[in-house]
Design a binder for this molecule. Structure first.
Ligand code: ATP
Length: 844
């Protein structure tokens, strides 16, 4: 055990308890990587060649443009990385240690050598160390040893040189406690731990790409090939027509750079990483980027009840002892059994309430709070009757037992679900006497249990018996018990649950409650918040045990509430929904929930009450444990996906417009409408900002009125490609119109100046078209994206500067436009807005 000062000294001496991350890429490195793109390299070579052939200006401009583009790319990449990193810190694991004699919860990275760490089922072991105390402690060390069965821990010294898996008196960082409790003293931290040693051997792995990114990469590759072939043909045609090979080459390369959407995948990363920041502020921490996309497709949400749909603020309502229902405020401690029930409920209990700070399971905290109100302190009682042995609570058994020496006798106290305990009782205590339990007694207890449950109350039964001598408890000890009483607790639904459930239903998502609690209690709560309409929609988990997978698939569609569910049931329910083609989000908090969380498409762990194991298995963690947050996250997921789609539409339709213009003029035998530098200017400078701004478009509620998007639906649906095509066509027509106007009133340079101006401005204007599938002109939405307005303003300033500042004309291969010509350019560019908005109106 350390004091805070000692801990500080050790921290300075040993450093933080963390694994050295693989070397992060330096900013310079990221900057240089921007030049690694195949096309950019070709472009640089082409620029150098044309520089040697006498076009030094072009060469310089191309270098400047590429450099600015690389700076933009670097800033975005660094920002995206930073935001993902800060996200990781938000979901960093925590540990319980004893400092200055009291238990405190601290971030695992602050655990240091010499610390005494407390472990409970579900905890992640934060460091390596020697066990000081164990109670049925088991750990999953598969991350280190590959052995998937949990290892039983003991205090027995392992022989020197024993393999990791055989060192039962030691625990290792990176493993999880699957059962029981224990404490250990930290002997090594960070890179000095066994897992640190492994980490040293591992190379850094890069973040996996999301399905959307892979989808786009694949599309980008295919598109690139088509474009490269096209550019090759264009190069040949220009040379055959007698153009200079160097010019033709530079143009072909510039067109390829302009047309190939190499930024698609990185736009997705940037938008996803900004989106996850927003989600984190709204209490949903994304652990796997794929989850953001998946959220938009979720069609079933399976949620726990306690704490997620309810407040998890338990208060004891009634005691039931001696055949009487007694409100908590009327408990009389001079009555022998009422006092006994109170004391037992404090002993068979791991929660503490130290100066108002509640640590532990709210169910158990509620039990000790009754005592505090009556002037009986749990810590005093626990000192008087210390715990000799225990069998911890687990949600499969639904029981917890502890053993104490009380008045010279060894007593085991058992608490748990009423239906489970009823089967294990052989006697009943009334008044001072203990007698055999009768069928009538059982019926009466069941009746009382139902009465409580129908009010939505959670009920615990308490029983005990005397055992022979002090020894470790076994599961057999939980039989032949003496019934003492029931305690009922109120856990009101969260205020926001009802609205969230109805929003969920409107969005085409089925909410399902899966709880360990009693069926009647669960149904009462589910009815209150709108998950359940008819009692036939509720069932107990055991019902599905005898069903085949096929039967279950039909069954799940009829059920909204599963009660008394074990973790195995959860996995089967998720799987059945998935087999039916659904994308399932599933919440979980317990030690045994990890497999179900992994099976679900979106595993959701609870940040406050969840075990570290469940957080580790989840792809999203709720920092407020709230069901409504899942719905909010779905809305965010759908919006983010839509924004990415809009941003891609913007890029592809603009590129397509440019290609159409080039294609048209080469078929029509006109001079090439753009100089290479024009294409690069647009694609590398004025285009990237609106694309990102569209990714940051404010979210709307509209997305929640649509059905979930099928997960396997490609982003590039026929409809989507059609709108890209028509919008590109519109931009291309406006551009060529400007070209013709310039061509008839002047020469090819004026024509190309006007075409360039129109294409550049037109694409900036087109940003506003891409805000939504629906028309937004004349709505409040038109001006609601400040980033887009900013990107438009910057782009307009740049292009206007190029067109009007005489000093830049030589560099950018443009001529001075008179006012009429300038207005023509702006007018044609602006015309894209009403025309495309009208097309959207017709389409929607
Ligand atoms: P949910 O699954 O929605 O979170 P839950 O909290 O009721 O619901 P579990 O924690 O698995 O689910 O509890 C199942 C049952 O076990 C409860 O209904 C209760 O009867 C009993 N139980 C819960 N907590 C304890 C405990 N600390 N000690 C003994 N029994 C408990």
């Amino acid at each position: 055990m350390l004091t805070s000062e000692q801990a500080k000294i050790n921290q300075e001496k040993y450093g933080y308890n963390e694994l050295a991350e693989g070397k992060r890429k330096s900013t310079v490195r990221i900057f240089l990587e921007q030049f690694e793109d195949f096309l950019v390299i070709i472009l640089i070579i082409a620029a150098i060649v044309s520089g040697f052939l006498g076009d030094a200006e072009s060469a310089v401009v191309i270098f400047v443009v590429i450099t600015i583009n690389a700076i933009l790319g670097t800033v975005q990449t660094v920002k995206a990385e930073q935001s993902l990193k800060s996200l990781k810190q938000l979901s960093a694991p925590e540990a319980k240690v004893i400092r200055d004699g009291v238990m405190v919860q601290i971030p695992s990275r602050e655990v240091t050598v010499g610390d005494e760490v407390i472990l409970e089922a579900g905890d992640r072991v934060p460091a390596d160390g020697r066990l000081l105390d164990v109670a049925s402690l088991k750990a999953d060390e598969s991350a280190l040893t590959g052995e998937s069965l949990s290892v039983e821990k003991s205090l027995e010294e392992a022989p020197a040189g024993a393999a990791l898996g055989d060192q039962t008196n030691r625990v290792f960082s990176g493993s999880f406690v699957t059962y029981g409790r224990g404490t250990f003293e930290v002997t090594s931290i960070g890179m000095d731990t066994e897992v640190g040693r492994i980490a040293r051997l591992l190379k850094t792995t890069s973040e996996k790409k999301t399905p959307l990114q892979m989808n786009l990469d694949d599309f980008g590759k295919k598109l690139s090939i088509i474009i490269l072939v096209f550019c090759g043909i264009l190069f040949a045609v220009n040379v055959v027509r007698g153009g200079s090979a160097a010019d033709a080459f530079l143009f072909a390369v510039a067109l390829a750079v302009a047309a190939i959407p190499e930024a698609l995948s990185s736009i997705v990363t940037i938008v996803l990483s900004f989106g996850t920041q927003k989600m984190a502020k709204e209490h949903a921490i994304i652990r796997k980027l794929q989850a953001v996309e998946g959220l938009g497709s979720v069609s079933v949400i399976c949620s726990d009840k306690t704490g997620t749909l309810t407040q998890n603020k338990m208060t004891v309502e009634d005691y039931y002892v001696d055949g009487r229902r007694i409100p908590a405020k009327d408990i009389d401690l001079s009555a022998c059994n009422e006092e006994k029930l109170l004391i037992f409920s404090m002993l068979c209990n791991d929660s503490v309430n130290a100066d108002g700070q509640e640590i532990g399971d709210p169910t158990e905290t509620a039990l000790i709070n009754v005592g505090s109100r009556l002037g009986t302190d749990a810590s005093e009682i626990r000192k008087m009757y210390p715990r000799q042995s225990e069998i911890p609570f687990d949600s499969d058994r639904k029981l917890m037992s502890t053993q104490h020496r009380i008045d010279g006798a060894e007593i085991i106290v058992v608490k748990g679900a009423v239906d489970v305990l009823l089967g294990r009782m052989s006697s009943i205590r009334t008044g001072e006497t203990v007698r055999d339990i009768t069928e009538d007694d059982r019926l009466e207890i069941e009746r009382q249990n139902m009465e409580f449950s129908r009010d939505g109350l959670r009920v615990l039964a308490f029983a005990y018996k005397e055992i022979e001598g002090a020894r470790a408890l076994t599961l057999e000890d939980e039989d032949g018990l003496i019934f003492l009483g029931l305690i009922s607790m109120m856990d009101p639904p969260r205020e926001e649950s009802k609205a969230a459930v109805s929003e969920c239903k409107a969005a085409g998502i089925k909410p399902v409650m899966i709880t360990g609690d009693h069926k009647v209690t669960a149904a009462a709560i589910a009815r209150k918040i709108g998950i359940l309409r008819d009692d036939s929609e509720a069932c107990e988990g055991a019902v599905i045990e005898d069903m085949s997978d096929e039967e279950l698939q039909d069954f799940v569609e009829k059920i909204s509430v599963y009660a008394r569910v074990s973790p195995e049931h959860k996995i089967r329910i998720v799987r059945a929904w998935q087999e039916k083609g659904n994308i399932v989000a599933m919440t979980g908090d317990g030690v045994n929930d990890a497999p179900a969380l992994k099976q679900a498409d979106i595993g959701v762990a609870m940040g406050i009450t969840g075990s570290e194991v469940s957080k580790d298995a989840a792809s999203m963690v709720l920092t407020d444990d709230n069901f409504a947050t899942i719905i909010k996250a779905v809305e965010n997921g759908r919006n983010i996906y839509q924004n990415i789609k809009n941003s891609i539409q913007f890029l592809l339709s603009g590129n397509f417009g440019a290609i159409l213009a080039v294609l048209y003029s080469s078929v029509a035998g006109l001079p090439v409408p753009f100089a290479p530098v024009h294409l690069l200017f647009i694609n590398l400078l004025t285009d990237s900002l609106p694309a990102i701004a569209l990714g940051l478009e404010p979210h709307t509620q509209n997305v929640m009125q649509e059905k979930p998007r099928p997960m396997d639906e490609s982003i590039l649906t026929g409809k989507y490609l059609l709108s890209i095509g028509t919008e590109g066509l519109c931009i291309g027509i406006m551009t060529m119109a400007a070209f013709y106007i310039g061509y008839v009133s002047g020469d090819s340079v004026l024509a190309s100046t006007m075409a360039f101006g129109t294409l550049c401005t037109g694409r900036l204007v087109h940003g506003f078209n891409c805000k939504s599938k629906r028309p937004v002109l004349f709505t409040n939405r038109f001006f609601n994206n400040i980033y887009l307005i900013g990107a438009f303003a910057i782009g307009l300033l740049l292009i206007t500067g190029v067109l009007t500042i005489p000093g830049l004309h030589g560099i950018f291969k443009v001529v001075t436009l008179n006012l009429g010509q300038l207005l023509t350019v702006y007018g044609l560019a602006l015309l894209n807005l009403p025309v495309i908005q009208l097309m959207k109106k017709i389409r929607s």
